[in-house]
Ligand binder design. Structure first.
Ligand code: DWN
Ligand code: ZN
Length: 403
């Protein structure tokens, strides 16, 4: 299978095949299972610009509807992280006269609430109504739209140039990334910055985190691919900063061409990516092999636990659970339920594998022998919260192991 790169039109060959998959965050109600949407989850890297991307294109209106269930404030660690991001931007970039920040995909206002509290001019651009309402309840101004070049022009006309455009775990979702980059050029003031943080290809490869691939992640970025994309649209990559969040992310800072000098970190990370062959499609082919091994070992472990009469539950219903359970063919016969603290996911099922999502109280009362930690990027927070759990944790990242 071969397609053209969404960024530079270069050739992209499929290297990772995770089978036929539903949408990661669909979480249908048990009576909504007829006619579920499925697509082939194949991932490739562009031969020319090294951008890692899904081969299929799923319309964004299907993915980010009004009932989009993810709540960024659900984790204490995440809430603290984003309040910290806001404080830092207020200290470093939003210091001039009447500064202005735009956040693409502000979700429930986890970052902009701190900016609003500081009385700084801001605008969240968020098409999903339920999360937008939560952001508004925290005093955040929200424009209910998708961000693209046209929206950027309208915001500039109505509010003036932005000092900062921010996005977290959203820019890699947008298949029309070219329009977002053009929009950034339109909206930013001469010394403005476009800052975004997204799961990092280096972390995905290092940890065999194949479950980071699902419909919402149109791309998985690297420093090399973002530098190339920025250049194509009149921007420079001027900083890159590794982050621990979401199992390993990278924060990228883009500025208008020639406006700022790149930090030393950019060159260092580019060299490290070349050494780790993160710009080579063969690296994805190798990742595919390791994903197959995890799939085989996880299903073998769960099958043998079932044969031994052990009771196994799932913990956390992140979007990632959809990829893992559908790729591995894990259904309710191996994992009868999964618990998650997000009310909008409870009493629903994981798309495709149809594992019911219940409240954590059900898990605590049930006291299973084993729990598969699907929200593995929140391991520390969850294990501390569930310190009374007497069973054992099963992890499958970076490889299948029991704690
Ligand atoms: O890009 C995206 C990322 C980065 O965030 C999105 N497309 C959606 C989302 O992905 P995810 O669903 O994989 O995110 P999380 O943060 O890994 O999801 C964790 C899940 O675990 C949530 O459903 C909440 C749940 N949870 C829980 O039940 N108890 C989390 C914590 C910390 C807990 O204590
Ligand atoms: Zn390309």
């Amino acid at each position: 299978m071969e397609t053209s790169c969404r960024i530079c039109s270069g050739p992209v060959k499929g290297s990772i095949d995770l089978g036929v998959q539903p949408r990661g965050n669909a979480f249908p109600k048990p009576d909504q299972l007829a006619g579920e949407f499925f697509y082939p989850l194949i991932v490739g890297m562009c031969d020319s610009c090294a951008m890692v991307q899904l081969m299929a294109e799923i319309p964004q209106e299907v993915r980010y509807h009004d009932e989009y269930p993810y709540r960024a404030s659900n984790s204490t660690v995440h809430s603290e992280h984003f309040a910290g991001v806001a404080r830092r931007l207020l200290r470093t970039e939003l210091t001039g006269h009447d500064p202005f920040i735009v956040e693409i995909g502000c979700n429930d206002g986890v970052m902009l609430a701190t900016v609003a509290d500081a009385g700084v001019r801001h605008l969240g651009v968020e098409p999903s109504q339920e999360v937008a309402a939560l952001a508004r309840s925290k005093g955040v101004r929200v424009l209910p739209r998708f961000f693209d070049e046209e929206t950027a022009g309208e915001i500039r006309a109505g509010h003036g140039p932005a000092d900062v455009i921010f996005g977290a775990n959203v820019i890699a979702h947008i298949s029309h990334l070219d329009s977002v980059l053009k929009g950034a050029v339109t909206l930013l003031g001469p010394n403005g910055v476009f800052v975004f943080e997204e799961p990092y290809l280096g972390a995905v490869v290092e940890q065999t985190a194949f479950d980071l691939f699902y419909d919402e992640h149109s791309f998985v970025f690297s420093v090399s691919s973002i530098r190339a994309a920025a250049r194509l649209f009149g921007l420079d990559l001027v900083d890159a900063e590794p982050l621990a969040i979401h199992g390993g992310s990278m924060r990228y800072t883009l500025a208008k061409r020639g406006a700022r000098l790149p930090t030393a970190a950019v060159g260092e990370l580019l060299a490290s990516e070349r050494a780790r062959r993160l710009d080579r499609p063969a690296t994805l082919v190798e990742l595919n092999r390791r994903a197959e091994r995890v799939r085989d070992e996880l299903t073998a472990l769960l099958t043998s636990l079932r044969a031994d009469g052990k009771r196994v539950a799932g913990y956390g219903a992140p979007a990632k659970i959809t990829t893992v359970t559908n790729y591995c063919g894990i259904g309710t016969e191996l994992i009868p339920y999964v618990c998650d603290s997000t009310p909008s996911k409870q009493d629903r099922v994981v798309a495709g594998s149809h594992i019911p999502v219940v409240a954590p109280s059900v898990f605590r009362e049930d006291r299973p022998d084993y729990a598969v930690l699907f929200a593995w990027n929140h391991a520390k927070e969850i294990m501390a919260k569930e310190s009374d759990f007497a069973g054992r944790w099963i992890l499958y990242i970076p490889e299948v192991h029991i704690l």
